[in-house]
Structure formats: C-alpha cells, structure tokens
Design a protein around this ligand. Structure first.
Ligand code: URP
Ligand code: ZN
Ligand code: ZN
Ligand code: ZN
Length: 531
C-alpha cells in the first residue's frame, strides 16, 4: 500500500497558509499533500474524513509540570504534581497536543546538584509509565556551580538534546541573584541554550506578602495583591538588560501582565532576541476569580492561585490579546501545574482557623518545608502556585481567540505549534505540515455541526479534581489527535496507548539566529568578553 493513513476533506492550516486538500501519511511521516487521492492510493489506507474541518499540526505544549514532588515542587514551596507522564500526556492528547516539554529540576540539595542526574531521574519517571505524547525536558537551574555548568551543559545538549533552561527571579529555593543569572546565562550562551526566565521580582513579593500578613490579609485573593503587574514589569526589564549584556536569546515564560508584554515588545523593537510565552489563564481569569465564592473562612479559591497571577481586569485581557495577534507573544503554553484541591500536598480547602496567628510572625528560616505544610492554614503564602490546563489549552485558544476573530487560524498554529517547535529546536520534525514532517495532527470538529458545550472537570483526563474553567462554554474541541500517523484520540475516546510517546532529542533554537557582533553594535555591551 502507498499510504498508511489518509485524511480527506481537510482544511489544512499551517503557520502561513490555509488550503483545502488531502494528506497522505506513510511510516509516521507526512508524505503527500494533494487535491485528491485515486483508488490505488487509497487502497489499504486508514481514511479519516475531516468533513471540511481545520487540520493543524499537533499542538506543542512547551510548559508542562509533571512528576515534580514535594522536594522538587514547581516552586519550591512544597506541593506535589498530581499528574505523572501517563495522566499528564493522556490529558494532552485528549486536548489536541501531541508534544509536551516538561521540566527536570535541580534543587539546592547536594544530591540534586548534578543536572545530568536530575535529568536521568525525570527520564526514568517518564519511562516508568510511558507517555501518550512525545516529550522532552527543559532543565531548571537553581545554582551557579561553575564545574557543573562547564562540564554538564555540553553533555545535556549533545547526549540529551536539551537546549533550554529555566531560571527564576523569585521563590526563595530557586531564585538566582543577578550575578548568578549572568553566570548561568554566560555558560548557556556558549552552548546555544535558550534561557527561559520566570520574571517576578522576589523581593517585591516577599515585602508585599509581609505587609499583607501584618494586616491579616492572607486569603487566596491577596496572592494577587502580593504580585501586582509591576512585579513582572521590573523583572522583565532587568532580565532583558542581563540578557543584553550576555547577548543571548531569552524567553519569558508565562507572561501575564500588560506591563510585562510592553517590556518584551520594546526589547523586540530594539532587535534583541527576546521572546515571550503566555498562557490561557491570562486571557480567561482575573483577580476576581481569586475572590469568587470567597467568605472569611472558605478557601476554595486556592484553586486559582498561580504565578504570575491572572491580570487585574478584563481590559487587560483585551490588551494581551493584541500581543497574541501582533507577535509580541511567541508561544502559547499551558503552564499545566497539577495540584489537587483539598489534598495535603495540593490546594488547601481548609478554613483559616487562626487568622490572628499570622500576626507579627515572621516566616522565614525556622520553618522548614515540612512545618509549612503541616500548618496548612490556607494562607496564600503556603498555597502551591499553579493551575492545570494541558487539555484545555487549545480549546481555550480556539474559543477565546480564533472563534472571536482575534487571531487568524494561521496565527493559532504559529502560537500553539510551529513557534514552540522552532524556539525549542524541534522544527520541522514537529510544528510543520510538510512532506517529511512527523504526521502529528489535531483535527477539529466542523464548526457547522458542533454544538457548543459547557466544560466540567469530569470530562477531562488529568488527575486533578478541578479545572479553573468549570462551567465555561467551549465552541470546539479536538475531534482527532494523531501522533506520528497513529490515531490517539477520536470522537471523545482515547484510542492510543501510553507506550506510543517517544523521547525527543532537540536541537538548538531555530528562532534566533546569532547575528554577527560588529563594532557597530549600538548597545556597546561587553564584546571583549567574546574576543
Ligand atoms: O504558578 C505557577 N506558574 N506555578 C508553576 C511553576 C512555575 O513557576 O512555572
Ligand atoms: Zn515559572
Ligand atoms: Zn470561599
Ligand atoms: Zn510553570
């Protein structure tokens, strides 16, 4: 037979084009894009009729937290990921995503100093269960050990194909000082590693949190007040300056403020290789969602706590949508951070029994992680940051941005698949709909025959007991998810297996081309460093 799989009546969307055609797949790769197939070509092939619906490259979610435990929790404050590679990737494919990039994280503990060991640990967690989606790792670096950076970064790139690292400007257990950031960026640059920056000013957050606690303002809502937009505004400005000094490309993860987006835009206008990721929560939630249902003793809205927090109001959404359409935002990821509600290692539901106990207490040294978790007071300082969303990412972008005309179908593909592939060295194997590319597809329902529905968490496949988007109306959902020619998800049912996903060795970023430094560099940064 000529093809293993044929998709007919497709409206193929790429980052640049839309065209009605048919797709032929052989051995897991796209082989042909044509007007139609004849009987000989069709014979023996599995045929999927897209019925005129959009067919796009499979979603690439470049920001997913899986298997991070209490010690290595997504922000070092405790909290344990409820999803492993099995449940997390299942949720991904049920939402049209065929590739996930997850985090392997170094800690300050001596045994987690080695980045290579850390990656091996996370990789064995993935291999233990397998994965429904193809997957890779970013490495989180929380210290500036010169020997580790010099010896291990080249091995990470060469042996593991890990070409991106995440650095933090906040969280006591993860943040780096400016000079430590420079150390890591300098070594990253030598290895063509893209630095991802969590840009929040940790000192501002600490200071504001202390002030709020003095006033007894510790309910989940005050998490947002401890992180007003200037927190991201300052941190993005500073990180841009540091990256400008080192002259390496940076990607701001989870940009959630108009101020942060404006800073990114300005840097891009200067010609700096500055990229930004944004996430669904910054377009669908506001400060009010941390307040919803709030009573003095009810902490249900611990569910909505994430960092950066959602923006103050819906007018911010509109401004952020502009960044989504005009290119300020490079990629759209979920920041899937799966904590269960009402779970000792998740989001507390508990009432705050002794709000007054917070008063005058300085919470710093003295309280180790275990103590903090045992207190479980529901005060925002102790609530794990992060919300789930790997499955709802593409449907939210469809409903909120594509169906409303805020972005084009091509821009949808660029943000959710093609740009993540280019940024993280997966293109054109992933993120493209061209002969030779992996046959990864998301096929939507034809809009005319789809009845909008209200989402309930029971419909989702993650191991989290809530969704921030409970009750929201969705205007479409992936009908088929196809991974390297294999149908994984069809008409609301999982048909693939947990052994179908493969590890992805990535190359260097293909978005930023190293421009030659010349004496004409208008910014007069430290060129002598590289001579
Ligand atoms: O609140 C968030 N985003 N938690 C996840 C960890 C991170 O910083 O991405
Ligand atoms: Zn982060
Ligand atoms: Zn409440
Ligand atoms: Zn994250």
């Amino acid at each position: 037979k000529m093809f293993d799989l044929i998709i007919i009546n497709a409206v193929v969307v790429t980052a640049s084009d839309i065209s009605a055609c048919c797709i032929g797949v052989k051995n897991g790769k796209i082989r042909a894009l044509v007007d139609s197939f004849d009987d000989e070509e069709l014979s023996g092939a599995e045929v999927i009729d897209a019925e005129g619906a959009y067919v796009m490259p499979g979603g690439i979610d470049a920001h997913v937290h899986l298997c991070q435990d209490l010690k290595t929790g997504p922000h070092g404050l405790g909290g344990e990921c409820a999803d492993n590679f099995e449940t997390g990737s299942l949720s991904a494919i049920a939402g049209g995503t065929t590739t996930i990039i997850t985090f392997a994280t170094q800690t300050r503990a001596e045994e987690d100093r080695s980045l290579l060991k850390v990656v091996e640990t996370y990789n064995s967690r993935a291999e233990e269960t397998g994965s429904y989606a193809d997957y890779g790792f970013h490495i989180i670096i929380v210290r500036n050990d010169q020997d580790i950076l010099e010896n291990e970064l080249p091995v990470l790139v060469k042996d593991w194909g890990i070409s991106s690292c995440k650095l933090f400007l906040t969280y006591e257990t993860q943040r780096l000082t400016d000079s430590q950031l420079l150390d890591v960026m300098f070594e990253a640059r030598k290895n063509a590693i893209t630095t991802m920056i969590h840009a929040e000013n940790g000192d501002m957050i600490e200071w504001l949190t202390g002030k709020l606690e003095e006033k007894g303002m510790v309910a989940p809502y005050y998490h947002a007040l401890s992180r007003p937009p200037i927190v991201e505004g300052e941190a993005t400005t500073r990180a841009i300056a540091l990256a400008q000094l080192i002259q390496n490309p940076i990607l701001f993860v989870h940009v959630g403020s108009v101020l942060g987006a404006a800073n990114v835009r300005r840097a891009q206008t200067m010609g700096l290789p500055v990229y930004a990721e944004t996430c669904p929560q910054y377009f669908h939630l506001t400060w009010n969602d941390l307040k919803r249902f709030h009573s003095p003793t009810c902490f249900e809205n611990s569910k909505m706590i994430c960092s950066p927090p959602p923006p103050p109001s819906t007018s911010d959404h509109e401004e952020l949508f502009v960044g989504l359409s005009n290119g300020t935002f490079t990629i759209y990821s979920s920041d899937h951070c799966p904590f269960r509600y009402d779970h000792p290692h998740g989001k507390p539901s508990g009432v705050l029994e002794h709000p007054e106990s917070m008063e005058g207490e300085t919470i710093s040294e003295g309280h180790d992680l275990k103590n903090l978790l045992e207190r479980k007071q529901g005060a925002f300082r102790f609530i794990p940051n992060g919300i789930p969303g790997v499955e709802t990412r593409l449907p939210l972008l469809y409903t909120g941005a594509l169906a409303t005309g805020r972005i084009s179908p091509q821009r949808f593909v660029e943000l959710s698949s093609t740009n993540p592939a280019k940024l993280y060295g997966l293109y054109p194997k992933k993120g493209a709909l061209m002969p030779g590319s992996d046959a990864d597809f998301v096929i939507w329902h034809p809009e005319k025959s789809f009845t909008p529905f209200h989402l309930h968490n029971s419909m989702l496949h993650h191991n989290v007991d809530y969704t921030p988007y409970e009750g929201m109306e969705f205007v479409n959902w992936p009908r088929y998810t196809i991974l390297r020619g294999k149908v994984m998800w069809a008409n609301g049912k999982v048909v693939g297996t947990v052994r179908d996903g493969q590890y992805l060795k990535r190359g260097p970023s293909q978005l930023s081309h190293k421009s030659p430094r010349t004496d004409k560099d208008p910014y007069r940064v430290a060129n002598w460093l590289y001579e």
